[in-house]
Design a protein around this ligand. Sequence first.
Ligand code: DLL
Length: 429
Amino acid sequence: MFWNKEMETLRGRDLEELQLKRLKWTISQAEKVPFFKDKLRAEGLSADDIRNLDDIRKLPFTYKTDLREGYPFGFFAVPKRDIVRIHTTSGTTGKPTVVGYTRHDLAAWADLIARNLTMVGLTPEDTFQNAVNYGLFTGGLGFHYGAELMGMMVIPSATGNTKRQIEMINDFKVTSIHCTPGYALHITEVVEQMGTSLPSLRIGVFGAEAWSETMRQELESRLSINAYDSYGMSEMFGPGVAFECPEQNGLHIWEDCFLSEIIDPKTGETLGPGEKGELVITSLSKEAMPLLRYRTGDITMILEDDCPCGRGRRIARIMGRSDDMLVIRGINVFPSQIEHVLLGIPEVGDQYMVYVDRKNHLDEMTIDVEMNRQAFSGELDGLVGLQVMISRKLHDALSLRTTVRLVEPGSLPRFEGKAKRVIDRRGDL
Ligand code: DLL
């Protein structure tokens, strides 16, 4: 099923022509922002220098730190009177990044969300529970307006009060839920603790943080749903940038709106399909805040083969961020690799916390892992064998020695929004 078949299936020359036209427009729009105007002038570049899509490599990169320096409205390309909404995204340090939208931007964003939700088989007959934060986070209002545009009945449940969320799903016969994958697991646990089930639910849309294929299988089997990955970032409207189709094999990135490249994060060199690197996006239709070659920090690759669904370019599931990649004793570790190992061990639950310390100049990684409720006898003593087995499996996957501590079910923090599962304490020493 298609929402906007013409744009979703545009390929070859027609697509390239549209992208080139929109890229030139985006550059002229960006020239209204002093930051881009100065940068382009310094390089002696203008929209006329872009003759084909490969010429995009002439343009300078834009970094999150640049956006932060423009706080609050320094990156707006339209007068304030044309901005009808802002969202912000919190960083790990300093001021947040502010993103702005014109009325046209909001309509384009809702169209992208409607494409995504239609693609996974949702129709106006469905009831959609939007269990994410409705504030400055783009996941709430972004999905809300897209789902409403499609004609679904939308329940703006937001986060919190998980038992009430579960009651709503059953009372309102909700067929589709949107939340973070971590919160979906928490809902699953609470459903199981309550001794109930969610018979009306058939589709889960999960995103805003990294999750693994194992986690998908877990959610699909425990909730009896199909679970789809949803990717996006506030700087590119929010959610809706790339989304899985029913093939569940990579995420379609909407090429009429986003020009994507994969680069080596260290050298900035462009990488080819099948090569893992950092995703760089240039917006093609954003009015209020056009962005040129924006360094997303997300690690993925372009998938080479065509998708049977007939839509265009796909990227692989996000494997981590170039900047949350941990370097432990010289070894690169993505938290998603740890999660993948843990979810494959039936005795342990879904929750874990990773601590990184430096002792005697050596990096040490300690992982607290919750026991699975069914496998837990009530005693943590006597589980040394399991602990050793987990450390061994982690070693096989990461080539790294770790200390595993098993903890009681329910004892680690739960997250309603994005999970924070890594605490790097090396800087504190
Ligand atoms: O997280 C937008 C969003 C909301 C996406 C709801 C999907 C669903 P930000 O808060 O700006 O925007 O965070 C963007 O989150 O650069 C990725 O590192 C990460 N991220 C988002 N979706 C995924 C995903 C929203 N499906 C940052 N898998 C991005 C892995 C994801 N990481």
